[in-house]
Write a protein that binds this ligand. Structure first.
Ligand SMILES: *[C@@H]1O[C@H](CO)[C@@H](O)[C@H](O)[C@H]1NC(C)=O
Ligand SMILES: *[C@@H]1O[C@H](CO)[C@@H](O)[C@H](O)[C@H]1NC(C)=O
Ligand SMILES: *[C@@H]1O[C@H](CO)[C@@H](O)[C@H](O)[C@H]1NC(C)=O
Length: 490
């Protein structure tokens, strides 16, 4: 959390840097849907963080190692923010969000969630950079004091936007794939599949060729993510390395990593364990859609800053890959998956959803269709179809992760209590988790107590406490499943 203390310094640097970059390379929009049909009521944007330096993930557990934000990553995220601004906050855009304030941010209209698990600081930094592009500094961000003096916010009217971090130690919605035995079993089965073994055989010449360029990473298909991420990071940041790497190795490495991550983060069926990354974020999406659709709720824009994992899972869970098999791959840095809530024009004034994907900084938005539809899907139909796969709270997550296996294990319990003990403690104390309750009746049941403990942090360095946030200690075996006030049923 130390990282956050020097953020303001980093911002200052980035801001000036981004400003010059944005001036020299104006953002171009290449968008395939042009019709200005229905009115956009609001959007949910799921964004992948920008470039960072090397991220190791344990191929069995998907626990991550340390990684660092780079200036390039901040530029990418900032650029995505500017693009989202011109797309959704510019009154001349066909996708303009009706009635949303765009010069000065209205914090009731905007909500920002940041996954604070693996790659945590990188994702946080990317969210801030994106917001700097979405709501850039403005000379209008000023006030007049009682004595008549005008005061402009620092950095030429910088806009300070609150950000909620979501820690997997007490809220599994944005990182559901770690500490989950059923998911680890799913990974094992993928590694043991014929398809995987065949792929590994076919890639032998690549593994041989790449040995000298990956230092100590084992050259096996199981490590495809780590091989690709290492090569890609070096190729981006290390000139000596870039000059030496034989051509085509990076493409092959990417192809194998795509195969690997797609296998790990997908399932043949909607509602399957392999889609867990998509199924938990789906709940966040449904909850927010409900708010945006509700006329008396001011929320119009929700940003969820996260990693690549839920993209792949959502593409499968929402049956988008059936017609877009090319989406069975890792999205590039600073990709965005945007869900637009649109109100139909008379006579059909129902609410509809439109899904759009932007693969990194190079490409424009592409409209995608879910569940085999070929048009915007009515909100009610989407909710009806999506509900089946949704994982709505920590307790349901724990049940899904325990699966039906009788081997709900001491290790799982250890990990759960480890998570409870080692949660992040920052300037404010966080809420906590506690899990527990272990009953054996044929198979094993598992109960978890859940407390939602999202933190709000904003870049002023002031911490704001969310209502209902408590530090609780729940004793083993007497744990009650606490009502989750954050969850509203649709
Ligand atoms: C007005 O108040 C501000 C803040 O107290 C102070 O910095 C400033 O000097 C005052 N201006 C005048 C003209 O008195
Ligand atoms: C850059 O690449 C060279 C050659 O592969 C390597 O020796 C060096 O350690 C790399 N530098 C960094 C910072 O990783
Ligand atoms: C994104 O683009 C890269 C090439 O830049 C490609 O390799 C990858 O498959 C694409 N990912 C998705 C999810 O479309």
């Amino acid at each position: 959390m130390l990282a956050f203390t020097h953020l303001s310094f980093v911002f200052f640097f980035l801001l000036s840097f981004c400003a010059s970059v944005m001036r020299s390379s104006p953002v171009t929009m290449a968008d395939i849907d042009i019709e200005a049909d229905s009115q956009v009521l609001g959007v949910i944007a799921i964004a992948r963080h920008g470039d960072r330096f090397r991220y190791f993930q344990n191929p069995d557990t998907y626990k991550g190692g340390p990684t660092e934000t780079t200036a390039l990553g901040e530029v990418e995220s900032h650029q995505l923010g500017s693009i989202l601004r011109s797309e959704y906050l510019s009154p001349t855009s066909p996708s303009y969000i009706d009635g949303m304030r765009s010069d000065l941010v209205d914090n009731r209209e905007l909500k920002v969630l940041v996954k604070n698990g693996g790659e945590g600081t990188v994702i946080f930094d990317s969210a801030i950079a994106l917001l700097q592009g979405l709501f850039p500094p403005t000379p209008n961000n000023k006030i007049t004091l009682a004595n008549g003096t005008e005061v402009l916010a620092p950095l030429g009217g910088y806009q300070y936007i609150p950000v909620e971090t979501v820690e997997p130690s007490n809220d599994r919605s944005l990182e559901s794939w770690t500490d989950c035995p059923a998911f680890e079993k799913h990974i094992k089965e993928f590694y043991a599949s014929d398809e995987f073994k065949q792929k590994e055989k076919d890639a032998q010449s690549f593994f041989h060729a790449v040995k000298d360029f990956v230092f100590d990473i084992p050259t096996t298909l199981k490590n495809a993510w780590n091989l690709y991420d290492f090569i890609n990071s070096q190729l981006t940041h290390n000139q000596t390395y870039a000059y030496r790497l034989p051509p085509t190795l990076i493409e092959t490495a990417r192809g194998l990593a795509d195969f690997h991550e797609n296998g790990v983060f997908s399932d043949k069926e909607s509602g399957g364990i392999g889609n867990i990354a998509g199924r938990t974020i789906l709940h966040t999406i449904l909850k927010s859609l409900e708010r945006v659709a509700f006329n008396d709720d001011p929320l119009q824009f929700e940003l969820i800053e996260t990693g690549y994992q839920p993209f792949i899972s959502l593409f499968h869970e929402l049956e988008i890959v059936k017609e877009n098999p090319d989406l069975q791959a890792i999205p590039n840095f600073a990709s965005a998956f945007v869900i637009e809530l649109r109100r139909g024009s008379p006579p059909d004034v129902r609410d509809f959803l439109r899904f759009r994907f932007k693969n990194g900084t190079g490409k424009g938005f592409k409209t995608l269709y879910v569940y085999g539809t070929h048009a915007d899907i009515p909100l009610t139909e989407f909710i009806y179809k999506a509900k089946g796969g949704e994982i709505a709270n920590n307790r349901q997550w724990a049940e899904v992760c325990a699966g039906n296996s009788v081997t709900l294990t001491e290790q799982f319990m250890d990990e759960v209590s480890y998570a409870a003990k080692h949660q992040t403690v920052s300037t404010i104390t966080l809420a906590l988790v506690a899990f527990i309750g272990l009953y054996v009746i044929r198979s094993v049941f598992f109960r978890a107590a859940k407390v939602t403990g999202e933190k709000i942090r904003n870049v002023r360095g002031r911490n704001v406490r969310l209502e209902g946030e408590e530090v609780l200690n729940v004793e083993v075996m007497t744990a009650q499943v606490l009502p989750d006030e954050k969850i509203r049923r649709i």
